[in-house]
Design a protein around this ligand. Sequence first.
Ligand code: MN
Length: 232
Amino acid sequence: MTRLLFERALSPTVPVVGEDSEYPVNRIFCVGRNYADHAREMGFEVDREAPFYFLKHAQALVQSGTTVPYPPGTANLHHEMEFVIALGAPLFRADKDRVMDAVFGYATGLDMTRRDLQQKARDKGRPWDFGKDFENSAVLSPITRAAAFGEVAGQRIWLQMDGTVRQDAKLSDLIWTVPDLLADLSHYYHLQPGDVIYTGTPAGVGPVEPGSRLRGGVDGLAEVELTVGAAE
Ligand code: MN
């Protein structure tokens, strides 16, 4: 018998709303510039030819309601409020008309971003990982089953920081819809149950500070909350 040298990192989980069950998170896909107003505030027009993505490690996930330290290596940590898809079945090379059956449910999430590192990388044509994929950077609410949420339509998506509304839009503002994204991603990956997709943020992103309290929601879903603690 060989022995395991140290304890393996466990897959993080989030609760399912109204159930005594936990959803184990596998991979975290994130969509870039999926709201026209946000693309514009970042200095871009939306690329309507194809969506683009980046990923975060599952270990970057933190459950809603947590206090996390202000992360290292940045002086410009930003909030990005997002609508999140949680898969419950595999998808590979799937057409848009059959991808919705694979959706387990939806959640609200924060794609926390070290904006200074992301922009430096972007300007040099380097990968975004250091700006996007760091500890506690993927905040996720409990998941609501798809049937309980219903159709993705004009639900409001919003974020408050310290009680002030910073982001406020509608899911109908999404450029690439849930079926668009799932069908597209399934042509590049063997999508699996446990894979989650952060669908991009509306306009109004901005910096947070130690002590900031974030609270965000989408009509019909559990809210996501995060408190930013002191830098380590
Ligand atoms: Mn984002």
